[in-house]
Design a protein around this ligand. Structure first.
Ligand SMILES: C[S@@+](CC[C@H](N)C(=O)[O-])C[C@H]1O[C@@H](n2cnc3c(N)ncnc32)[C@H](O)[C@@H]1O
Length: 208
């Protein structure tokens, strides 16, 4: 569970500090994934609320955020963006939502950090209605043999410690494809970014 007093605070500060940069880098991808978001959205790991700006004002956001140090800034952000926030200090591995109760779940840079991605995705499928959608943008392992893959392997342990579980070497596309969704579309992206270890990304849209 994410509850480290120092790293939890550091990560809340770090995300808020990078907000403008991440918006510059990710706005096209996130706008596309969120353009048809319904009135009720579940977001896994919303952090400091970087993605609230892409939702329509009046959206009800069920926010699954285990790092309580993110909560004050997330609340402030929701107010600024006109989002009705339903904040739950839980991990995505066990959602307190009824089965087949929502139409849309979103995550950005979260499946790298959860302890058990397969369990989180199974929970997403459980709470989605048939035909409901899960959209995500996630950083993934670079191709084996590439220099970025070498960097990812070299700093993997330290990165995971600092960023509270964030694993640079996950193959999230395969995890999504084998998770039982009726449809999975994955776009691979190599993003020019100063954050070299996370330049390999996927944007995925899955239908339950
Ligand atoms: C890199 S941050 C991304 C934050 C935000 N989604 C964004 O786009 O800026 C990862 C987030 O995932 C959250 N997280 C980590 N483990 C989680 C879990 N098991 N369930 C839900 N969220 C989790 C962290 O607390 C953090 O807010």
């Amino acid at each position: 569970m994410i509850d480290n007093a120092v790293r939890g605070r550091f990560n809340a500060w770090f995300l808020a500090a990078l907000d403008g940069y991440m918006h510059w880098k990710y706005s096209d991808i996130k706008q596309r994934l969120l353009e048809r978001a319904p009135q009720v959205v579940v977001e896994l790991g919303p952090g400091s609320g970087a993605n609230l700006r892409y939702l329509s004002r009046g959206t009800r956001l069920i926010a699954i955020e285990p790092n309580r140090h993110m909560h004050p800034i997330l609340r402030r952000r929701a107010k600024e963006c006109g989002i009705e926030l339903d904040l739950r200090g839980l991990a995505g591995e066990k959602l307190d939502l009824p089965s087949a109760s929502v139409d849309f779940v979103f995550s950005a840079l979260v499946l790298c950090s959860v302890e058990e991605p397969e369990r989180v995705i199974a929970e997403v499928r459980r709470v989605l209605r048939p035909g409901g959608r899960f959209a995500c943008v996630e950083h993934v392992a670079a191709p084996a043999g590439s220099s970025t893959h070498g960097i990812q392997r070299l700093i993997r342990r330290q990165w995971k410690w600092v960023f509270e579980g964030c694993d640079l070497c996950r193959d999230t596309a395969s995890t999504l494809r084998s998770s039982g969704f009726a449809q999975v579309e994955v776009q691979s992206i190599v993003m020019p970014t100063i954050l070299v270890p996370i330049r390999h990304q996927i944007a995925a849209l899955c239908v339950n």
